[in-house]
Design a protein around this ligand. Structure first.
Ligand code: ADP
Length: 360
């Protein structure tokens, strides 16, 4: 096969898909109740096969208390990692066809963002999240195409904490602040100073992920605390060359585990905690603004308002494909956070349904 021809065919297919579904896909995932949890009442009333979701307000009776949402997909608490990955696999594969892709997880702390993107602590292969699976898969497919295309796959891992970009793969665990270039300057390399390593198989994938997770923990005394307040970004760069024609391509896949979206009560926090909350707030709303500007096909897209949107710029909008996992905690106590997460998601997807029509 000739790379340009395959690319053109794939483009056509991808464009059709794109038109069908819009630029931004929103997949909602509801995490199960955790083992040992006694209170198992949920605010999720209904999950439809067509991406429909009905949420009930625990303190309101009847129709008024119900709100329905519709996304591209809704995963029940019973869904498993392999299934979720197989649904997004075509998007990952399209990176090898030259597309920039961004997949991120949004939700309050404890809603399963890290579970979806990385997997649980010490995950076995079955529990691997999107990051491991995507890297492994890209490598696997690139091997399959070996006789016609030569690919190079390289990885960067970064963290954005208080509007500072930090390298998670640096050998000395350095805390240096990294600069961001506009991607037109740097051929898709938004953070050229961040360490970058090649991936030549599963062992490399495991190694890199391990280093990144360790470095992420190092910068803080309480890892869970800190990691819920920073954005973590795994960036996979792919360089491809058509062996016959010599034509080349470069594309990237950003896999992002966002900081927890929960609102912090300003009257209760001060100092560092307040500063963190303000930075998170600012960057998540900047992301929301960019996505809704894209969803509405606005002429001006406000990328410059946060480090997060600057780093992701080349993979948000234009020909790029974006997928957001909206993570929900099913518990009654999370009702108001669940609603604000769903409203963020709704705004991003540009779909407004209004009040639920009936109970089912
Ligand atoms: P977040 O990253 O949003 O703070 P986590 O991914 O850490 O949340 O999830 C919180 C807890 O719920 C963890 O113990 C995690 O293993 C568990 N969990 C989340 N999603 C699932 C799931 N789909 N299946 C099983 N356990 C899950």
């Amino acid at each position: 096969a000739n790379y340009s021809v395959v690319l053109a065919e794939n483009r056509k297919l991808h464009n059709e898909l794109q038109e069908l579904k819009g630029n931004i896909r929103v997949y909602c995932r509801i995490r199960p109740f955790l083992r040992g949890q006694k209170e198992k009442q949920t605010v999720i009333e209904y999950i439809g096969e067509n991406g429909e979701l009905v949420v009930v307000n625990p303190s309101k009776q009847g129709k008024e208390g119900r709100r329905s949402f519709k996304f591209n997909m809704v995963y029940s608490p019973a869904s498993v990692q392999a299934q979720v990955y197989s649904d997004i696999q075509p998007l990952v594969q399209s990176v090898l066809d030259g597309y920039n892709v961004c997949i991120f997880a949004y939700g309050q702390t404890g809603s399963g963002k890290t579970y979806t993107m990385t997997g649980p602590d010490g995950a076995s292969e079955e529990d691997w999240g999107v990051n491991y699976r995507a890297l492994n898969d890209l490598f696997r497919i690139s091997q399959m195409r070996e006789s016609t295309f030569k690919y190079e796959i390289k990885v960067q891992m970064m963290e954005i904490y208080n509007e500072q970009v930090r390298d998670l793969l640096s050998s000395d665990g350095s805390q240096k602040r990294l600069g961001i270039l506009s991607t037109s300057q740097a051929n898709g390399l938004a953070v050229p100073e961040a360490s970058m390593f090649p991936v030549n198989g599963t062992a490399d994938v495991l190694d890199l992920m391990d280093t990144g997770l360790r470095n992420r923990a190092k910068g803080s005394t309480a890892m869970n605390e800190r990691s819920s307040r920073s954005h973590s970004i795994v960036t996979i760069h792919v360089q491809g060359k058509d062996i016959k024609s010599g034509s080349t391509m470069h594309s990237s896949l950003h896999l992002v585990d966002l900081a927890g979206s929960e609102r912090v009560d300003r009257s209760e926090v001060t100092g560092d905690r307040l500063k963190e909350a303000q930075h998170i707030n600012k960057s998540l709303s900047a992301l929301g603004d960019v996505i809704s500007a894209l969803a509405q096909k606005n002429a001006h897209i406000p990328y410059r308002n946060s480090k997060l949107t600057q780093v992701l710029q080349a993979s948000l909008g234009g020909q790029a494909k974006t997928l957001m996992f909206v993570q929900l905690n099913p518990e009654i106590g999370s009702y108001s956070e669940t609603m604000s997460t769903l409203k963020f998601a709704e705004r991003a997807s540009g779909v407004e349904l209004g009040a639920a029509r009936s109970s089912k």
